[in-house]
Design a protein. Structure first.
Length: 201
């Protein structure tokens, strides 16, 4: 700070480009404190963006009521990338794909089929595609996919490996306990189509 600045600055008050942010930050904090603790961080971001006149992180206008919806990484993390790639609304995608507090990814949507082979492959490729886009994880361990199939009630212990072996949507990586699966190019396109259809359905 120069001598001339020292002469004009108020005692105890900082000068500079951040000075004008004080009232904006205080107002955003006050707004966020009116909602439950779990939502405050995201609500503060939205309030600050609106008050500061910056471009919102969410492309569509968000009302105060919408801001009270539980916030997941769909709004701020990798799932937003997935939503853009699928060209769907992030909130609509959140009804199909979810990320828990422990970063565990899950497919919420349901596939209308009674065939375990079809459901196993379809749920798996959607899961694998989501993990690749959200967490940059190209290969998914076989045991992780087994658990996905168990949760979706399409796990067949005797034919689990066979279902994947007969599909041209996935390819195996590694052997034995280190076995994992990776999407083929055809699998990527099939997963995108499944997810988009499920979101828009």
């Amino acid at each position: 700070m120069t001598a001339s600045n020292n002469a004009t600055a108020e005692v105890g008050r900082p000068e500079g480009p951040l000075t004008e942010l004080g009232p904006v930050v205080k107002e955003a904090i006050a707004f966020a404190e009116a909602v439950p603790q779990v939502y405050r961080s995201r609500v503060f971001e939205l309030a600050y963006e609106r008050l500061a006149g910056s471009t919102p992180a969410v492309p569509t206008p968000v009302s105060r009521a919408e801001a009270l919806v539980p916030v997941t990484p769909i709004m701020t993390g990798g799932l937003s990338v997935l939503a853009r790639e699928l060209e769907v609304d992030p909130r609509a995608l959140a009804r199909v794909v979810a990320i828990g507090d422990d970063n565990a990814l899950s497919i919420i949507g349901r596939i209308e089929s009674r065939r375990n082979a079809e459901m196993q492959v379809d749920y798996s490729i959607m899961y694998m595609y989501s993990k690749e886009r959200v967490f940059n994880q190209l290969d998914v361990p076989s045991e992780e996919l087994r658990e996905v199939c168990r949760l979706k009630s399409c796990y067949n212990k005797d034919h689990y490996a066979d279902y994947f072996a007969k599909s041209d949507l996935v390819s195996p990586v590694g052997e034995g306990k280190s076995r994992a699966y990776r999407l083929t190019k055809k699998g990527v396109e099939a997963a995108k189509e499944l997810l988009k259809t499920m979101v828009e359905g």
